[in-house]
Design a protein around this ligand. Structure first.
Ligand SMILES: C[S@@+](CC[C@H](N)C(=O)[O-])C[C@H]1O[C@@H](n2cnc3c(N)ncnc32)[C@H](O)[C@@H]1O
Length: 207
């Protein structure tokens, strides 16, 4: 249920770029990139809003995202960054990388949107080196049944207008089911409507 045409291609990436640029988002971005180094894969690179936060130990970022407008919106951030960014693909569900070649993977506000998130997490697990880490800041299913009920109700509408975004994905369970050990997890609500803002921020290791 990904919007196509002018809205999906042109308007939605610009709108997403705006709504994910706030101060609270920036604070989360600067925390979740902590400890990244070496060769980093960012799945759902979008408009490159994490680029200014990459730590100096990162040698190179390999970017994957289907949105071509996102690349244009990212161009200034990418050219100002001391960390080189290379676009390597369009789909996190099928990564054009050898197995066990990547030190770290970063995803932010992306696991909600990738159509087959289990496949994408399987691919992320495949390309990480043993001991490599997935750094994530993702919104998803609240443990509060009242909020979760609203997330279920609102998800069809959210998917329709927000590029396939699900409000009700159990992010922690999906990460564990892909074979990761979650080593750090902070859960909280962002400011704003609770169904949209239950967060899973943390680290998961490929054992
Ligand atoms: C809500 S945006 C978040 C963008 C960015 N990660 C951020 O934090 O600003 C979701 C992103 O997931 C991307 N996306 C959708 N399907 C994808 C797929 N199959 N593989 C990789 N990225 C995908 C979208 O194009 C979009 O850039």
């Amino acid at each position: 249920m990904r919007p196509v045409g002018f809205y999906g291609d042109q308007i939605l990436p610009r709108f997403t770029n705006q709504i994910l640029s706030g101060r609270e988002h920036k604070e989360i971005r600067s925390r979740v990139v902590g400890g990244l180094y070496g060769e980093v894969l960012e799945v759902g690179f979008g408009s490159g809003l994490n680029v200014p936060h990459y730590p100096s130990g990162v040698d190179r970022v390999l970017a994957v995202d289907p949105a071509t407008v996102g690349r244009r919106l990212a161009a200034e951030r990418v050219s100002a960054s001391p960390v080189p960014v290379e676009y390597i693909g369009l789909d996190g569900q099928l990564l054009p990388l050898e197995a066990a070649t990547i030190d770290h993977v970063l995803t932010t506000w992306t696991m909600c949107t990738i159509p087959n998130i289990a496949s994408a997490l399987g691919e992320i697990h495949r390309v990480l080196r043993p001991g490599g880490e997935l750094h994530f800041a993702e919104h998803g299913l609240s443990p509060d049944p009242k909020v979760a009920k609203w997330q279920d109700r609102l998800t069809p509408f959210q998917r329709w207008w927000a590029g396939g975004c699900h409000l009700n994905r159990p992010i922690d369970r999906l990460i564990e089911e892909a074979g990761f050990a979650v080593t750090r997890m902070d859960n909280f609500y962002m400011k704003g409507p609770r169904p949209m803002g239950y967060m899973f921020e943390g680290l998961a290791t490929k054992s």
